[in-house]
Design a protein around this ligand. Structure first.
Ligand code: ADP
Ligand code: ZN
Length: 703
């Protein structure tokens, strides 16, 4: 069978279909042309250069600034049976030499390098390699206009010039139009084609909760997590102090939680990341410094404890949830204090006007009364025609009503307070509160005192902010947030203009129920079996010292738990199971499923006998595999079984004496336990599973 992108997708990754654009990008790359790939986090960028890398007979260079990510990505590739390695400042000189040697021997398909290292070695051993493709990940780092400029990236152009005929691929999740032009120029891309995929992450629910007092906010978060025990989540806070406070509150409530911020030393931060990735800690409360180098696919929720500074940051941060495509939740808490604080920061910083404008857009999003996903995506230049039905506004649409009278009450309150006070004082006056400030200013004598008792404090706040959004009033942040009436506001006050308000969005419980329904209705999975499968995954992960989601991600386990595969073919049909993982882990996972289903392992009798027939006709194992559409390893396992049963098979012809002896030593070391994987690893992955199986079969039959 001819190896094509499609067959590799199934065989190596276990996926049935390409996502939009992936195939086009792959084809263009194979044709030797440059591409610019703009896809959201979790959109599936990696496959765009990995599959061409597998199709080329040479090496693919992947440049990435995220050193902590490289190891994970390389592990994930290896788990799928791909020869990958990385070369960055985290490895020892000896490891460096090993990588160089392998690369020169042509024994690496994908080599990940940090830009520093690449520049370092580009005129030495890198010149000796048969480079067929260069992928520049996080390509926005080359642009000074971007938010994450890395000076080393600017030297990549020289590298590009030295490889005129090799296709280059730039990949990023963030770049507006002007940044894109800049990136192409800086990297020296030639006639590159731009591929932009939708930035809509449908599996993320969006919810915003405004003006929640601190104590209640903590309680709400605590409850939310309680209902999602054992799920991973990130909580983003504005300040370092906040991260520690929130983490300590949640810890007291008995949650598996830690904090992360730039004030911690390198080792502490590394440890926190590793613990999170390996599921040793479920929740990280962090400043936005956390997450760049994290590729964890099973983050089930992201909570913003404060208002983010802009929608770019917000979208990137919520994008860390649900990379595996399963429904995941995001909640944004905000209050006016965050906004005021940031406005002040922005005043002091560079680009003050632009930053403030971005902050305003952020606030408008938080206060919006129409589909939030529409607003968010339109900010990034993508226009949805339908409402999303997966944001708090869609799930609980606000109703609008004739609000002129309410607005007039508030406006006349402002007039009588001579436009000197802020929202809280205004509400207290309208509601006829009895506090010291009111007494000090004698506001109880005002005509408007108590005219709005029937409306709750929170609803008043909501209405007043709506009035500000409609341009009736202005909040003067530079003057203690005093409220001033605009010309439109005067028109409303005088009855020359009508105004419609919307009922405040009802929070939490109701929405939570609706979301919950959405989540559970997506296919029945058996929770107790799923828990068993997760347990097995974790124990393998610990044993192999790699993150659990690299073995199988949550989505794959869920599908196993609902489809209950117990044969190799069924197991291979699960999305995310390629042949390598099938061989390595299939038996273990199917054993759990069989136990659950209470079925015995299917007897291979008939199928091994078919193999035997073909063997007797004189077909070589590879021909049998082709004839029967089986993998070669399966055929060898049949032949071994037949040999053990005493059939006349010349098994020894498939291995050398040398291999048998190597296997024998390790097999004995492991007390003759028939487990292929440990032996495979002990032998540095140099002897195939089939050869190990055959050797063991021969050894056991010796006496
Ligand atoms: P990005 O690099 O764009 O953030 P990844 O390449 O890490 O995203 O892909 C995100 C997830 O989607 C990974 O788990 C990946 O295996 C999965 N994925 C990518 N392409 C497909 C596909 N065609 N079918 C199913 N899953 C896919
Ligand atoms: Zn919506």
């Amino acid at each position: 069978m001819k190896t094509t992108a499609n067959t590799l997708l199934k065989k190596v990754y276990g996926y049935d279909n390409f996502r939009p654009l992936q195939e086009d990008i792959i084809n263009r790359t194979i044709a030797g042309k440059d591409s610019f790939v703009l896809m959201p986090t979790g959109g599936g960028k990696s496959i765009c250069f990995q599959i061409p890398a597998l199709l080329f007979d040479g090496i693919t260079i992947v440049v990435s600034p995220l050193i902590s990510l490289m190891k994970d990505q390389v592990q994930a590739l290896k788990a799928n049976g791909i020869k990958a390695d990385f070369f960055n400042s985290s490895i020892t000189p000896q490891e460096e030499n090993e990588v160089i040697e392998k690369a020169i021997k042509g024994d690496i398909q994908l080599l990940y390098l940090s830009p520093e290292k690449l520049i370092n070695v580009s005129s030495t051993w890198l010149k000796l390699l048969n480079i067929k493709l260069v992928a520049i990940d996080e390509a926005h780092c080359v642009s000074m206009w971007g938010h994450d400029f890395r000076p080393e990236y600017t030297q990549l152009k020289t590298f590009r010039r030295s490889l005129q005929n090799v296709p280059f691929m730039a990949l990023t999740a963030t770049a507006d139009k002007s940044a894109r032009k800049d990136i192409e120029a800086q990297l020296g891309l030639q006639n590159s084609k731009l591929f932009i995929s939708s930035f809509d992450r449908k599996n993320l629910s969006i919810e915003v909760r405004g003006q929640v007092p601190k104590k209640k906010k903590l309680q709400e978060i605590g409850n939310f997590i309680n209902q999602r025990k054992n799920e991973s989540g990130i909580i983003y806070c504005l300040s370092r102090k906040n991260t520690e406070e929130v983490a300590s509150y949640l810890k007291k409530e008995g949650h598996s939680v830690t904090f992360y911020h730039a004030g911690m030393n390198f080792e502490e931060r590394e440890q926190t990341q590793t613990d999170f990735i390996n599921d040793d800690v479920k929740i990280v409360v962090a400043t936005i410094a956390f997450g760049m180098g994290i590729d964890k696919s099973n983050v089930r929720y992201v909570i913003h404890y404060n208002l983010p500074k802009n929608l770019e940051g917000y979208y990137q941060e919520i994008g860390r949830a649900g990379r595996d495509g399963l429904p995941s939740e995001t909640i944004l808490y905000y209050n006016m204090r965050d906004f005021v604080l940031y406005s002040q920061f922005a005043d002091d910083g560079a680009n003050a006007t632009m930053q403030k404008e971005k902050l305003n857009r952020m606030l408008q999003f938080a206060e919006a009364k129409s589909c939030r996903r529409k607003i968010l995506l339109s900010y990034f230049g993508e226009h949805l025609t339908e409402n999303c039905n997966n944001c708090d506004v869609c799930l609980n649409p606000p109703k609008d009503f004739e609000g002129t009278v309410i607005a007039q009450k508030a406006l006349s309150g402002i007039v009588r307070m001579q436009e000197k006070d802020g929202i809280t004082m205004l509400i207290n006056v309208l509601r006829g509160s009895n506090n010291a400030d009111i007494h000090a200013k004698q506001y109880y004598t005002l005509k408007t005192y108590g005219v709005g008792r029937e409306v709750s404090f929170f609803n008043w706040r909501d209405y007043i902010i709506q009035m500000a959004n409609h341009g009736l009033i202005e909040i003067m942040y530079a003057e203690n947030s005093a409220l001033k009436i605009t010309p439109i506001g005067w028109q409303v006050l005088k009855g020359e203009k009508q105004i419609r308000l919307t009922t405040p969005i009802e929070k939490t419980e109701k929405n939570a129920e609706k979301k919950q329904l959405k989540i559970t209705s997506q296919g029945e999975t058996n929770t107790s079996l799923l828990a068993e499968l997760k347990k097995l995954r974790l124990s393998i992960a610990k044993e192999e010292k790699m993150p659990a989601y690299i073995i199988f991600n949550d989505k794959t386990l869920k599908q196993m738990a609902s489809e209950l595969p117990t044969t190799e073919n069924e197991f291979l049909s699960i999305s995310g199971v390629g042949t390598n993982k099938m061989e390595k882990y299939g038996d273990d996972f199917m054993a759990v499923i069989r136990k659950y289903k209470n079925v015995a392992k299917p007897r291979k009798q008939s199928t091994t006998l078919k193999t035997f027939e073909l063997y007797n006709k004189g077909l070589a194992p590879i021909a049998i595999a082709q004839e029967r559409n089986l993998s070669i390893t399966t055929v060898f396992s049949h032949l071994s079984q037949l040999y053990t049963e005493g059939k006349n098979i010349n098994l020894a012809q498939y291995v050398t004496k040398e291999i048998i002896e190597k296997v024998r030593v390790v097999f004995n070391q492991f007390n003759r336990k028939i487990e292929l994987k440990p032996i495979y690893e002990k032998l540095n992955e140099e002897i195939t599973y089939s050869e190990i199986r055959i050797s063991i079969t021969l050894i056991l039959k010796e006496n």
